[in-house]
Design a binder for this molecule. Structure first.
Ligand code: ADE
Length: 226
């Protein structure tokens, strides 16, 4: 899989792309991720990429010409081009799984008040939001999408098992976890986890997970598929 990210702030992604899982996935050739500085396609001596909106109003918009040139220079016939925006489709586990099966993603992160509508209509296949809050630009949302998608690529996570245990794979939140020491700050690890009785442990975990889901995310039960 290949992912190209077009942004005005490529430096925001440097550490994210080289560290931990994202770094390892690329070393293992499971994914190739490239960032592209939109400024490179900016106009004139000042490499301008934005302008005022017609009709007035606060803020600036990304101009269509530099953005379209940037997109056209990286996209291919098989690419899926995604614009990160608070008014996009809500991102979720299902979408991450579906996107992990694509061969090429082009991610466009907006800035200011957004991008010219004609770019959305002519170049963008999907518009995605990472949640109901507004960030200062779409670069972190692009990173969030990349992280969730890349960990779904077979071979990226050490143990494939970790994927099947994902909370949102089965719409149940995680159970409480403990490691050594057995006693910490006056709190003991629940006895059942020390018992070696795998059936009991499994049952305890399932009960705690369902309890937490009922308390925090009752909405998940209406879409529960297991
Ligand atoms: N850009 C700014 N806020 C965003 C959000 N919540 N999701 C996607 N892109 C964004």
């Amino acid at each position: 899989m290949q992912i190209d990210i077009i942004t005005l702030f490529p430096a925001m992604l440097t550490g994210f792309l080289s560290e931990s899982m994202m770094g390892r996935a690329q070393e293992k050739d499971l994914v190739k991720i490239e960032t592209h500085d939109l400024r490179k396609w900016g106009e004139g001596k000042w490499q301008i990429t934005d302008d005022r909106p017609f009709g007035g109003g606060a803020g600036m918009l990304l101009k269509p010409e530099p953005l379209c040139e940037a997109i056209d220079s990286v996209r291919k016939k098989e690419s899926l081009t995604i614009y990160l925006t608070p008014d996009g489709e809500p991102f979720n586990h299902e979408m991450a799984v579906a996107l992990s099966k694509e061969s090429h993603l082009v991610l466009v992160s907006g800035h200011y008040e957004g991008i010219d509508q004609r770019v959305r209509e002519s170049r963008i296949d999907r518009e995605v939001s990472i949640g109901d809050y507004v960030l200062t630009n779409g670069t972190l949302p692009a990173a969030v999408l990349v992280d969730a998608v890349v960990r779904q690529i077979p071979g990226v996570l050490g143990a494939e098992k970790s994927l099947t245990q994902d909370s949102f794979q089965r719409n149940v939140l995680g159970f409480p976890q403990y490691t050594r020491p057995v006693e910490f700050d006056g709190m003991r690890v629940p006895e059942v986890l020390l018992s070696g009785n795998h059936k009991e442990i499994e049952r305890w975990r399932e009960e705690r997970a369902l309890e937490k889901t009922r308390e925090r995310r009752p909405d998940l039960f209406s879409t529960k598929d297991t």
